[in-house]
Design a protein around this ligand. Structure first.
Ligand SMILES: [Ca+2]
Length: 54
């Protein structure tokens, strides 16, 4: 597995819950795919790792 290279945060993110709570996980916002830091006990869909060689 390769480390994350680059970022694509939504405007204003990561905001760590604006100081109200800790946000140590990340979701992707459809349809842009921009990132948002979120609390880690949310049940969300997942993405799978794919090869870039195909
Ligand atoms: Ca956030």
């Amino acid at each position: 597995m390769l480390p994350v290279q680059g970022t694509d945060w939504r405007y204003g993110e990561p905001n760590n819950g604006n100081g109200y709570h800790s946000e140590d996980c990340v979701e992707m916002d459809p349809p842009t795919g921009n990132w948002n830091d979120v609390i880690c006990n949310l049940q969300l869909n997942f993405i799978c790792e794919i090869s870039t060689n195909s």
